[in-house]
Design a protein around this ligand. Structure first.
Ligand SMILES: Cc1cc2nc3c(=O)[nH]c(=O)nc-3n(C[C@H](O)[C@H](O)[C@H](O)COP(=O)(O)OP(=O)(O)OC[C@H]3O[C@@H](n4cnc5c(N)ncnc54)[C@H](O)[C@@H]3O)c2cc1C
Length: 457
């Protein structure tokens, strides 16, 4: 048969791949399990209210990707600065942390952080796994910044988020931008370098951000329209079940509206969680590869939107919080006032959890009951302020970097590399924390890589 690529998942990575391939005249089909495209970057729309899975904004230092995304919009998107805060013991600090935010903590915490970091420099903490692939969050945070900042910030925030002890999580769980901001902060406090600095990461924090009028989901929705305009097909409500065969004769079995259907193809690009992909391969991978895949984990996300007439609640887009049932609060009108009817606004909270947990199964009212006392205590929203609730869920939002995850990932990736006809891409497909621009850049690069093989199939 002539070349035909089936892409599993209609998030930004899958759609980006389809966009690149369809633009080159390749026959391409995207299968998306949900009724709408966008994956983690989608917007739930309900009766004039728009809720992102945590409001996203688009930014990139990659001129090519930036231009391509902005060109999807007929009316130019206006750039705006990123405005994020961290609520620390009742005080709103700049975030990511800067020397200014340590000053905002007050003199006591700033002195304690600096003293503890200085002590770490003079009497270094050592652990046998430091600097190795199994270095834990605890090893990394204490050795980089001292015990005080570890116990005051890294431990509570990390364990609240992951529900896994810091001794079990790889230090890769701490996002690069957080590492850089802490490093810079301490450099100023101690007036000497504590670690190598990557200027590109620091500059990324300062990039202008873009947000579409009616929710971030407009970005994937417009990419899907571009795929269709180039002759590609995007099928929603189609859940892939099996990827069968090898070589030129492959087929993907999927379920649409309770009916099993199948689609023949020559290559498969998957952006779904890697453990789910491994389980649906026929013939099955060897038992060791399957076992490695099953040890890869993802954390789910529940987002509750609370519609209110109150405006200017946070004074910024997002606030990260400690010791609350949720880890981040956002205000949709800070991104675009067109995300709810005039005079209204939506405050949203993000709660990481595992699929199947009581929280994952909870209804909107129950989730609100869990959060309402904290929202009121922080002066954000009283129960009487809320006129409507919206709930969104994502089963695989955060790849979990347990300290041994890299060896399992390598095993599965090694197996796929041998097959040469199934490619795993994207945040959950590669277990890689990426922003939207990186998802697109990696999708475009993979498309370039497999195009020659498609021409000769
Ligand atoms: C809370 C939060 C906030 C973020 N904020 C930003 C931000 O402001 N800016 C930014 O640039 N990035 C942000 N990101 C990162 C960004 O959302 C992700 O990197 C990006 O959306 C990942 O896209 P993806 O296509 O790789 O994966 P996903 O979006 O996970 O797409 C995978 C798709 O596969 C589908 N799927 C799963 N199983 C099957 C199956 N069996 N059959 C068919 N389909 C299936 C899923 O429904 C999903 O649509 C944020 C992420 C989170 C979690």
């Amino acid at each position: 048969m002539s070349a035909r690529v089936v892409i599993l998942g209609g998030g930004v990575s899958g759609l980006g791949m389809a966009w690149a391939l369809a633009g080159q005249g390749v026959s391409v089909d995207v299968l998306e399990a949900e009724p709408i495209v966008g994956g983690l970057a989608r917007t739930i729309r309900d009766d004039g209210y728009c809720l992102d899975l945590g409001p996203h904004s688009f930014f990139s230092e990659d001129e090519g990707v930036l231009r391509k995304v902005l060109a999807l919009f007929d009316e130019p998107l206006e750039p705006s600065p990123r405005r994020v805060k961290f609520l620390y013991r009742g005080k709103y600090l700049d975030y990511p942390l800067t020397p200014r935010s340590v000053m905002q903590m007050g003199p006591g915490p700033g002195i304690r952080i600096a003293a503890s970091a200085l002590r770490q420099k003079l009497l270094p903490y050592r652990s046998p796994t430091m600097g190795t692939p199994v270095e834990t969050v605890e090893d990394w945070a204490i050795s980089s910044f001292g015990r005080h900042l570890f116990e005051e910030f890294f431990k509570p925030y990390t364990e609240q988020f992951w529900k896994v002890p810091c001794t079990e999580l790889s230090s890769r769980s701490i996002p690069s931008n957080t590492r850089m901001s802490f490093t810079n902060t301490l450099r100023v406090l101690l007036s000497s370098a504590t670690a190598e600095e990557d200027p590109s990461l620091v500059e990324r924090e300062m990039l202008p951000t873009y947000y579409p009028r009616t929710g971030f989901g407009e970005v994937p929705e417009r990419i899907a329209a571009a795929v269709r305009a180039a002759g590609g097909r995007v099928h929603v409500g189609c859940r892939a079940l099996e990827v069968c065969g090898n070589g030129g004769g492959m087929r993907v079995v999927y379920e649409r509206g309770g009916i099993r259907e199948e689609m023949a193809c020559t290559q498969v690009v998957s952006t779904i969680p890697l453990n789910a992909l491994a389980a649906m391969l026929r013939p099955s991978p060897d038992p060791e590869t399957l076992a490695a895949a099953q040890r890869l984990e993802y954390r789910a996300l529940v987002v509750l939107g609370m519609v209110t007439q109150r405006q200017d609640i946070l004074g910024c887009g997002y606030v990260y919080v400690l010791n609350r049932p949720y880890n981040r609060v956002s205000e949709m009108n800070e991104f675009s006032a067109s995300t709810s009817p005039q005079g209204e606004n939506t405050l949203s909270v993000e709660i990481p959890c595992f699929v199947g947990s009581p929280l994952w199964n909870a209804g909107a009212e129950e989730v609100f009951d869990l959060c309402s006392a904290s929202l009121a205590a922080d002066g954000l929203l009283l129960p009487g302020d809320v006129k409507r609730l919206l709930l969104a869920r994502a089963p695989a939002a955060y790849p979990v970097y347990r300290k041994d995850y890299a060896e399992h990932l390598e095993r599965v990736q090694g197996y796929l590399a041998q097959r040469n006809n199934v490619w795993s891409l994207g945040r959950c497909g590669e277990l890689m924390y990426m922003d939207i621009d990186k998802c697109l850049a990696r999708a475009f690069a993979l498309a370039e890589r497999i195009l020659p093989a498609l021409a000769v199939t």
